[in-house]
Design a protein around this ligand. Structure first.
Ligand code: HEC
Length: 165
């Protein structure tokens, strides 16, 4: 028993010693640390440049998968106000939120997908931006789904679902 205690004590002492050594090592690396270099003028952080590029037209290729993803995201984020058929009759509107214009109006029918991506990114008027919740590729997916909705016309789409003919 005594031997065991003596071994533990020796171990603790050894640990203390190595701790001291580590502190010394850390202290010595501090002396070789260099100050940060100033950022040259005109340099754009990589993340920001990549984000801008992801929003530039033409965006990702329009595939079935992209449209399906767009529909799914549209239903999650946009139908509460715009309605499943895009006629501005979502459930939030029925609770008193100012109604958005119908996607089937002439002016909105002429919006390019890139313009819809901009509306999702920056918001517009009473509509707030969705940049923090919808990543760029999904903004394109939603934009193309909106164009798809417009191409199919008002049809029989209702807010209760069954938007697809
Ligand atoms: C909280 C309600 C709400 C949600 C959710 C919403 N919008 Fe809107 N949206 C509006 C309103 C209100 C307007 C009209 C804005 C104005 O002109 O003041 C609008 C306008 C628009 C316009 C027309 C912009 C123009 O040029 O006039 C587009 C396109 C649009 N929204 C797309 C979307 C998409 C895509 C989503 C989902 C990512 C979405 N909105 C989610 C309320 C909403």
């Amino acid at each position: 028993m005594r031997l065991a205690l003596a071994l533990i004590a020796a171990g603790l002492l050894a640990a203390c010693d190595s701790g001291t050594e580590e502190r010394d090592a850390v202290a010595s690396t501090r002396t070789v640390q260099r100050p940060y270099l100033p950022i040259p003028p005109g340099v754009v952080p990589q993340g920001a440049a990549a984000r801008e590029a992801a929003l530039a037209p033409p965006g990702p290729e329009v595939t079935r998968e992209l449209l399906a993803r767009g529909e799914e995201r549209f239903r999650a984020f946009c139908t509460p106000c715009h309605g499943a058929g895009g006629r501005g009759d979502g459930t939030i509107v029925s609770r008193g939120f100012p109604p958005p214009p119908s996607y089937h109006e002439e002016r909105l029918r002429s919006l390019a997908p890139a313009q819809i991506v901009q509306v999702i990114t920056h918001g517009k008027g009473r509509m707030f931006p969705y940049a923090d919740r919808v990543p760029p590729k999904e903004r394109w997916a939603i934009a193309h789904y909106v164009k798809d909705l417009q191409a199919r016309g008002t049809g029989a789409a209702t807010d209760q679902g069954a938007a697809r003919p």
